[in-house]
Design a protein around this ligand. Sequence first.
Ligand code: A4P
Ligand code: MG
Length: 162
Amino acid sequence: VATIAYIALGSNLGDRKAILDGAIAALRESPGVAGLAVSSLHETDPVGGPAGQGRYLNAAAAVETTLDPLQLLTLLHSIEARFGRVRSARWGERTLDLDLLLFGDQIIATPELSVPHPSLTARRFVLEPLCEIAPNAVDPRTERKIADLLASLDLPGSQPDR
Ligand code: A4P
Ligand code: MG
Protein backbone atom coordinates (compact mmCIF):
# COMPACT_ATOMS: atom_id res chain seq x y z
CA VAL A 1 0.00 0.00 0.00
CA ALA A 2 1.42 3.38 -0.98
CA THR A 3 1.07 6.36 1.34
CA ILE A 4 1.65 10.03 0.66
CA ALA A 5 4.12 11.54 3.10
CA TYR A 6 5.43 15.08 3.51
CA ILE A 7 8.98 15.89 4.55
CA ALA A 8 10.52 19.17 5.71
CA LEU A 9 14.10 19.98 4.74
CA GLY A 10 16.35 22.56 6.35
CA SER A 11 20.01 23.55 6.14
CA ASN A 12 21.98 26.46 7.54
CA LEU A 13 25.58 25.31 7.15
CA GLY A 14 27.73 24.67 4.10
CA ASP A 15 26.48 24.84 0.52
CA ARG A 16 22.83 24.86 1.54
CA LYS A 17 21.31 24.67 -1.94
CA ALA A 18 23.58 21.83 -3.06
CA ILE A 19 22.80 19.97 0.17
CA LEU A 20 19.01 20.32 -0.24
CA ASP A 21 19.16 19.41 -3.94
CA GLY A 22 21.30 16.39 -3.08
CA ALA A 23 18.94 15.29 -0.31
CA ILE A 24 15.92 15.57 -2.61
CA ALA A 25 17.68 13.55 -5.30
CA ALA A 26 18.68 10.91 -2.73
CA LEU A 27 15.09 10.68 -1.51
CA ARG A 28 13.69 10.22 -5.01
CA GLU A 29 16.28 7.56 -5.84
CA SER A 30 15.55 5.50 -2.73
CA PRO A 31 13.76 2.15 -3.17
CA GLY A 32 10.14 2.36 -2.08
CA VAL A 33 9.98 6.12 -2.52
CA ALA A 34 8.63 8.07 -5.50
CA GLY A 35 8.89 11.83 -5.63
CA LEU A 36 5.64 13.73 -6.18
CA ALA A 37 6.46 17.40 -5.63
CA VAL A 38 9.07 19.72 -4.19
CA SER A 39 8.53 23.29 -3.03
CA SER A 40 10.80 26.16 -3.90
CA LEU A 41 13.68 26.92 -1.54
CA HIS A 42 12.78 29.48 1.12
CA GLU A 43 15.48 31.52 2.84
CA THR A 44 14.42 32.03 6.47
CA ASP A 45 15.74 33.62 9.64
CA PRO A 46 16.85 31.08 12.24
CA VAL A 47 14.25 30.44 14.94
CA GLY A 48 15.60 29.47 18.36
CA GLY A 49 19.19 28.54 19.02
CA PRO A 50 22.09 30.95 19.66
CA ALA A 51 22.36 34.41 18.15
CA GLY A 52 24.61 34.79 15.16
CA GLN A 53 23.83 31.57 13.33
CA GLY A 54 23.31 31.66 9.60
CA ARG A 55 20.02 31.84 7.76
CA TYR A 56 18.32 28.62 6.77
CA LEU A 57 17.18 27.33 3.44
CA ASN A 58 13.94 25.45 4.00
CA ALA A 59 11.84 23.34 1.64
CA ALA A 60 9.13 20.69 1.69
CA ALA A 61 8.75 17.54 -0.38
CA ALA A 62 5.86 15.19 -1.09
CA VAL A 63 6.60 11.53 -1.71
CA GLU A 64 4.59 8.41 -2.33
CA THR A 65 6.07 5.52 -0.39
CA THR A 66 5.59 1.83 0.28
CA LEU A 67 7.86 2.09 3.35
CA ASP A 68 6.30 2.13 6.79
CA PRO A 69 6.78 5.26 8.93
CA LEU A 70 9.80 3.94 10.86
CA GLN A 71 11.47 2.73 7.66
CA LEU A 72 10.97 6.19 6.16
CA LEU A 73 12.42 7.84 9.30
CA THR A 74 15.45 5.53 9.08
CA LEU A 75 15.90 6.54 5.46
CA LEU A 76 15.73 10.23 6.43
CA HIS A 77 18.41 9.64 9.10
CA SER A 78 20.67 7.90 6.58
CA ILE A 79 20.32 10.79 4.12
CA GLU A 80 21.05 13.26 6.95
CA ALA A 81 24.21 11.29 7.78
CA ARG A 82 25.30 11.29 4.13
CA PHE A 83 25.13 15.08 3.92
CA GLY A 84 26.03 15.82 7.53
CA ARG A 85 29.74 16.24 7.02
CA VAL A 86 30.11 19.82 8.26
CA ARG A 87 30.17 19.82 12.04
CA SER A 88 29.30 22.63 14.41
CA ALA A 89 29.40 22.82 18.17
CA ARG A 90 26.65 25.39 18.15
CA TRP A 91 23.26 24.03 19.03
CA GLY A 92 20.72 24.23 16.27
CA GLU A 93 23.05 24.57 13.33
CA ARG A 94 23.10 21.72 10.89
CA THR A 95 23.98 20.91 7.32
CA LEU A 96 20.76 18.96 6.90
CA ASP A 97 17.65 18.38 9.00
CA LEU A 98 14.91 16.14 7.61
CA ASP A 99 11.64 15.96 9.50
CA LEU A 100 8.70 13.70 8.75
CA LEU A 101 5.71 16.06 8.82
CA LEU A 102 2.77 13.90 7.76
CA PHE A 103 2.39 10.20 6.91
CA GLY A 104 -0.98 9.80 5.25
CA ASP A 105 -3.60 10.48 7.91
CA GLN A 106 -1.74 8.50 10.57
CA ILE A 107 -1.20 9.75 14.10
CA ILE A 108 1.88 8.16 15.66
CA ALA A 109 3.13 8.84 19.18
CA THR A 110 6.06 6.59 20.06
CA PRO A 111 9.44 7.39 21.63
CA GLU A 112 11.12 7.15 18.21
CA LEU A 113 8.58 8.98 16.12
CA SER A 114 5.88 11.62 16.51
CA VAL A 115 3.67 12.18 13.46
CA PRO A 116 2.35 14.70 12.60
CA HIS A 117 5.58 16.46 13.53
CA PRO A 118 4.94 18.16 16.92
CA SER A 119 5.93 21.62 15.64
CA LEU A 120 4.09 21.37 12.31
CA THR A 121 1.31 23.79 13.24
CA ALA A 122 3.55 26.45 14.82
CA ARG A 123 6.42 26.89 12.39
CA ARG A 124 6.15 29.30 9.50
CA PHE A 125 9.37 27.96 7.99
CA VAL A 126 7.64 24.57 7.74
CA LEU A 127 4.09 25.63 6.79
CA GLU A 128 5.06 28.10 4.04
CA PRO A 129 6.96 25.62 1.84
CA LEU A 130 4.43 22.87 2.65
CA CYS A 131 1.53 25.11 1.66
CA GLU A 132 3.12 25.61 -1.75
CA ILE A 133 2.81 21.91 -2.58
CA ALA A 134 -0.06 20.78 -0.33
CA PRO A 135 -2.43 23.58 0.72
CA ASN A 136 -5.30 21.10 1.05
CA ALA A 137 -3.45 18.39 2.95
CA VAL A 138 -5.04 17.87 6.37
CA ASP A 139 -3.29 17.72 9.73
CA PRO A 140 -5.04 14.71 11.33
CA ARG A 141 -4.58 16.08 14.86
CA THR A 142 -6.33 19.41 14.35
CA GLU A 143 -8.25 18.26 11.23
CA ARG A 144 -7.31 21.56 9.63
CA LYS A 145 -5.84 22.19 6.20
CA ILE A 146 -2.25 23.35 5.83
CA ALA A 147 -3.39 26.61 4.20
CA ASP A 148 -5.65 27.32 7.20
CA LEU A 149 -2.87 26.56 9.69
CA LEU A 150 -0.58 28.96 7.84
CA ALA A 151 -3.23 31.69 7.78
CA SER A 152 -3.75 31.22 11.53
CA LEU A 153 -0.14 32.22 12.19
CA ASP A 154 -1.07 35.74 11.04
CA LEU A 155 -4.06 36.11 13.36
CA PRO A 156 -3.72 38.50 16.28
CA GLY A 157 -3.25 36.58 19.49
CA SER A 158 -1.72 33.53 17.84
CA GLN A 159 1.54 32.62 19.51
CA PRO A 160 3.73 30.52 17.27
CA ASP A 161 6.46 29.04 19.45
CA ARG A 162 8.98 29.22 16.64
N1 A4P B 1 11.68 12.23 15.76
C1 A4P B 1 10.46 12.08 16.32
N2 A4P B 1 9.50 12.43 15.47
C2 A4P B 1 10.11 12.84 14.33
C3 A4P B 1 9.62 13.29 13.08
N3 A4P B 1 8.29 13.44 12.83
N4 A4P B 1 10.53 13.63 12.12
C4 A4P B 1 12.93 11.93 16.46
C5 A4P B 1 11.86 13.50 12.37
N5 A4P B 1 12.39 13.04 13.54
C6 A4P B 1 11.51 12.71 14.51
O1 A4P B 1 15.68 14.81 15.70
C7 A4P B 1 15.84 14.05 16.89
C8 A4P B 1 14.99 12.81 16.88
O2 A4P B 1 13.62 13.11 16.82
C9 A4P B 1 15.15 11.93 15.67
O3 A4P B 1 16.24 11.10 15.78
C10 A4P B 1 13.86 11.11 15.62
O4 A4P B 1 14.01 9.86 16.24
P1 A4P B 1 16.65 16.02 15.38
O5 A4P B 1 16.17 16.64 14.12
O6 A4P B 1 18.03 15.52 15.42
O7 A4P B 1 16.50 16.99 16.61
P2 A4P B 1 15.19 17.74 17.08
O8 A4P B 1 14.59 17.02 18.22
O9 A4P B 1 14.33 17.97 15.89
O10 A4P B 1 15.72 19.06 17.70
P3 A4P B 1 16.62 20.10 16.96
O11 A4P B 1 16.98 19.51 15.65
O12 A4P B 1 17.71 20.55 17.82
O13 A4P B 1 15.72 21.32 16.76
P4 A4P B 1 14.44 21.43 15.88
O14 A4P B 1 13.31 21.64 16.80
O15 A4P B 1 14.34 20.32 14.90
O16 A4P B 1 14.71 22.76 15.11
N6 A4P B 1 14.91 27.96 11.93
C11 A4P B 1 14.61 28.04 10.62
N7 A4P B 1 14.34 29.23 10.06
N8 A4P B 1 14.58 26.90 9.84
C12 A4P B 1 14.84 25.66 10.34
O17 A4P B 1 14.81 24.67 9.60
N9 A4P B 1 15.37 24.35 12.34
C13 A4P B 1 15.64 24.25 13.64
C14 A4P B 1 15.83 22.91 14.26
C15 A4P B 1 15.70 25.45 14.50
N10 A4P B 1 15.43 26.67 13.81
C16 A4P B 1 15.16 26.74 12.50
C17 A4P B 1 15.13 25.55 11.74
MG1 MG C 1 14.83 16.84 12.80
